[in-house]
Write a protein that binds this ligand. Structure first.
Ligand SMILES: *Cc1c(COP(=O)(O)O)cnc(C)c1O
Length: 384
């Protein structure tokens, strides 16, 4: 409650950051008459995205999940094949595999980055190959914006002759060893869902350097229509294309991407300062985060050393109408995937047990930041 008795507005972890520029792009799209489905903003958005991510081609789609689905289909995922999926991810990564009829095989993560553990991946690939299984693809996830160890993963996958699909839904704007997120593997997927680093209210894109791959994704995303004057179909297609209105929103967001990244980094730095001297607490993925997009900032709380648990802080924030969340619940622990094969070290389960994600969005204003700092400060005074 504020002093005038009003409940404080809810502070979310990552809400859309949309203002005048987005409004002007949307108005332009409406006035141009190009409402749906396609139009000049889609073409513009695609070339700007490809540029930003250092890729030859981008295909704007209705969601990141759609981008993953189309990429997997083209990489040959189908019934009877396996696709390796990091267990530490959002369900969309694994769901897209199931849509193709292939079987997801989960592999655990590195304990520090939370990203696919290359050593365990090597073991999983050797094991599956020795059993005569076909691995259609290895999916990497750049968890919370931190790029996976693509050098090690690509070397392994090259040796096994298996393509890599980068799920870059969380990592737009990150750079790893000079290479932008979205530029790794045979193809990559971006998401513009409302909580992501930038948004088109809902949307995604498929990135690739292969012109045929991009052309085929466009074709499958528009119901696989043959280029004739009547409706002729020789394959099953999908309705996965992004509309011109949403692409207009995306172009405005992309212009503001660096400013939004800088704002998220400020939150990361602030949390790092707040918890710098707090025993048993570390900022997740902080090591070497200079070129990460800082999509979400999470804490890892070791209850034995800290003397408190992540849920103690989470409850305190909730009482102040501030959202915080646990890290992704690993896929091998999800009831829906309980039959799936998994190569597990325990690292993802430990991150799930100790991790807490704090409000990190670029739309947080100074009064939001003050409210958060005040609650965390009071909490730390009390427990220390
Ligand atoms: C958000 C997200 C997706 C799905 O993107 P949508 O645009 O919501 O379909 C896929 N993978 C990861 C890792 C995500 O965080």
């Amino acid at each position: 409650m504020t002093s005038d008795g009003q409940a404080s507005p809810r502070i979310h972890m990552s809400s859309p950051d949309v203002g005048e520029l987005e409004e002007s792009f949307l108005v332009d799209a409406v006035r141009s008459g190009w409402i749906a489905p396609l139009g000049p903003h889609v073409d513009g958005f695609e070339s700007e995205l490809a540029n930003r991510c250092g890729r030859g081609h981008a295909v704007a789609l209705s969601s990141g999940t759609a981008a993953l689905h189309l990429a997997l289909l083209q990489l040959g995922a189908r019934p009877g094949t396996s696709v390796i999926v990091p267990t530490m991810t959002f369900a969309a990564t694994a769901n897209a595999v199931v849509y193709t009829g292939a079987s997801p095989v989960f592999v655990d993560c590195d304990p520090f980055s939370g990203n696919l553990d290359p050593e365990l991946l090597g073991f999983a690939m050797s094991t599956l190959s020795a059993e005569g299984q076909t691995i259609a693809a290895v999916m990497t996830v750049d968890l919370l914006g931190k790029c996976a160890d693509h050098d090690a993963i690509e070397a392994l996958c090259d040796r096994h002759g298996v393509p890599v699909l980068e799920d870059a839904a969380e990592s737009l704007g990150s750079v790893d060893r000079g290479r932008p997120a979205g530029s790794f593997g045979a193809a990559a997927a971006l998401s513009f869902n409302g909580n992501k680093i930038m948004t088109t209210s809902g949307g995604g894109a498929l990135l690739t350097d292969d012109a045929d791959f991009a052309a085929r994704a466009r074709y499958l995303s528009t119901q696989a229509r043959q280029p004739v004057e009547f409706y002729e179909h020789t394959e099953v297609g999908y309705n996965y294309r992004m509309s011109n209105l949403l692409a207009a929103l995306g172009r405005a967001q992309l212009q503001r991407l660096d400013e939004m990244l800088a704002r998220r980094r400020e939150h990361r730095e602030r949390y790092a300062r707040t918890f710098e001297r707090v025993e048993g607490v570390e900022v997740f993925q902080r090591d070497g985060d200079e070129s990460d997009n800082c999509w979400l900032t999470s804490l890892l709380v070791d209850p034995k050393r800290a003397g408190w648990e992540r849920q103690d802080l989470s409850k305190e924030l909730a009482a102040g109408n501030i959202e915080s969340r646990r890290l992704w619940k690993p896929m091998h622990l999800q009831p829906v995937f309980r039959e799936a094969r998994a190569f597990i070290s325990g690292a993802a389960e430990r991150l799930f047990a100790t991790g807490l994600t704090l409000p990190s969005g670029s739309a947080l204003d100074e009064s939001d930041v003050e409210r958060i700092d005040c609650i965390i400060g009071n909490f730390l005074d009390r427990v220390s």
